[in-house]
Design a binder for this molecule. Structure first.
Ligand SMILES: Cc1cc2nc3c(=O)[nH]c(=O)nc-3n(C[C@H](O)[C@H](O)[C@H](O)COP(=O)(O)OP(=O)(O)OC[C@H]3O[C@@H](n4cnc5c(N)ncnc54)[C@H](O)[C@@H]3O)c2cc1C
Ligand code: SF4
Ligand code: SF4
Length: 449
């Protein structure tokens, strides 16, 4: 990626949207909207001082909603260009409130609240569509209870948990435990504030609040306004202190997830949703189970699937190595249902097709290998480019010209074409680039002759 950023023949137009494509193969005129970042790209050093001070905290989409970011943010640490962006939907200043803390913090004077979107036009001989894919929303399968059971997560969420720069810094903390820890943090803040208030009364009357409250309730204190106020404050304090203590006790038993289940073909090879195989998910589940075992050698993983599709050079060996060295067992059977057991443990109900028996087993964490589906904006982009999509919604090509879309001079590669892994996407991208060169050179040669 760094090479792309530095390459003299590559111009990166990030944070942009294509608005119009006119012209013909060899000479397309493309109109794009360069969206306002409210940060000057050439001044921002990417130091992050602004984000450290920004008071607005929102859910972080890069971490698939499993962590938070501030209203001024960088999408991810290694992004190019290395610049921050202000989120106009959440920034206080851009929504009519007083703030501007980032502008005061930024030593490079890069913040510019007056920045506007820019319309940029440029010409290109050919176009390659490489807009990728989205992951299937598993809440469409109600029997898997993805939304109801916190410890049922997607493989993409699990990738972020495994990452050292992710929301759990690589620790397999369970979402149910994280929710309680967040609750504890919130209550601790309230507790501190309320304790500060009680300290004032205790100092004034030289008495602890608990002793005072007992005496007040038994009628020892007269109904003076000050005592009434103290009693009310202490009663309110107890509504914070009691659940806080209970939650803290509960948190003492929290441990990272050790017993994992991976459920394959969630939305794929399922005629209710996508009949095709998404190709890469068997391998990413094995990879994730191997990494989880590297993080904690006592971790065990069960991969549930109709079959494991380890198609590719060295893939079968990788699968076997996972079984031999990384505590992975492969269970042949399609999971019928996931329910919630004690301690928020997901319970997997499945048919073991080898033993021909319905079984149930509890796990610390269940990871869903969701299908690869066309990106949300695919249809809109297809209309804008005047190209066709296929029956599943991916950009349409033909078997004899697998990279050519239905419009001459426009090509497609990677998961925008169909589900495929990274090596295949990269190989297709090279092929698409060659087809694009053929279009450009062919046009130039025809012009010259
Ligand atoms: C959980 C998980 C783990 C995986 N692990 C592996 C693995 O270990 N190894 C492996 O080989 N494969 C893995 N894969 C598969 C891998 O993600 C894909 O093969 C790969 O991302 C496909 O690359 P792509 O460039 O086609 O699409 P993407 O990676 O989706 O990239 C497309 C890019 O285009 C951008 N974009 C979208 N729309 C527009 C638009 N209108 N204008 C401008 N930009 C746009 C997107 O923001 C995105 O950055 C995994 C997949 C999942 C779900
Ligand atoms: S102005 Fe907006 S981005 Fe800057 S610190 Fe305030 S809320 Fe954050
Ligand atoms: S790669 Fe494996 S999990 Fe993914 S759809 Fe195909 S068989 Fe199912």
């Amino acid at each position: 990626m760094l090479d792309v950023g530095r390459h003299p023949n590559i111009e990166l137009l990030t944070y942009t949207e294509v608005e119009k494509v006119e012209g013909e193969p060899g000479d397309f005129e493309i109109t794009i909207r360069k969206k306002a970042r409210y940060v000057e790209e050439d001044k921002c050093t990417g130091c992050g001082a602004c984000a450290e001070k920004c008071p607005t905290v929102v859910s972080d989409l890069f971490n698939v909603g499993q962590g938070n970011r501030t209203a001024i943010y960088s999408w991810f640490a290694q992004g190019i260009p290395s610049t921050h962006t202000i989120d106009p939907d959440h920034c206080r200043q851009l929504n009519g409130k007083k703030c501007g803390i980032c502008a005061k913090t930024c030593q490079a004077e890069a913040i510019n609240f007056d920045q506007k979107d820019k319309i940029v036009k440029f010409n290109a001989g050919a176009i390659i569509v490489a807009v990728g894919y989205d992951v299937f929303d598993p809440s469409r399968i109600p029997e898997y209870n993805y939304e109801a059971i916190p410890n049922v997560i997607t493989a993409l969420e699990f990738e972020r948990f495994l990452s050292a720069s992710g929301p759990t810094e690589g620790h397999l903390d369970r979402p149910s435990d994280r929710a309680i820890e967040a609750e504890i943090k919130g209550l601790e803040k309230k507790f501190k504030k309320s304790q500060k208030m009680l300290d004032k009364f205790e100092k004034k009357h030289n008495e602890t609040s608990s002793k005072f409250y007992k005496a007040f309730q038994s009628g020892e204190y007269k109904d003076e306004e000050d005592y009434k106020k103290w009693a009310d404050k202490y009663a309110a304090h107890l509504t914070i202190a009691t659940p806080l203590e209970d939650l803290k006790k509960k948190a003492e038993s929290f441990a990272t997830a050790k017993k994992l289940a991976f459920i394959q073909c969630v939305g794929s090879r399922d005629f209710r949703f996508y009949p095709f195989c998404s190709g890469y998910c068997c391998m990413h589940s094995i990879k994730e189970a191997i990494i989880a075992h590297e993080h904690g050698p006592e971790t065990t993983s069960t991969i549930f699937g109709m079959d494991i599709r380890a198609v590719g050079k060295g893939f079968e060996e990788y699968k076997v190595r996972g079984g031999n060295n990384s505590n992975i067992s492969y269970r042949r059977g399609r999971v019928a249902e996931i329910n919630e057991g004690a301690n928020h443990n997901p319970v997997v109900i499945y048919e073991d097709t080898l033993e021909q028996r319905v079984k149930r087993e509890g796990f610390d964490l269940v990871i869903l290998a969701t299908a690869c589906e066309p990106g949300k904006g695919t249809e809109q982009l297809a209309q804008l480019l005047d190209i066709e999509v296929n029956e599943f919604g991916f950009f349409k090509t033909t078997p004899s010209l697998p990279l050519d879309t239905s419009r001459e001079g426009i090509f497609v590669c990677g998961c925008a074409h169909s589900p495929m892994d990274i090596p295949e996407s990269v190989a297709q991208a090279s092929s698409a680039a060659s087809r694009a060169v053929q279009t450009v050179v062919g046009k130039e040669m025809r012009k010259a002759s």
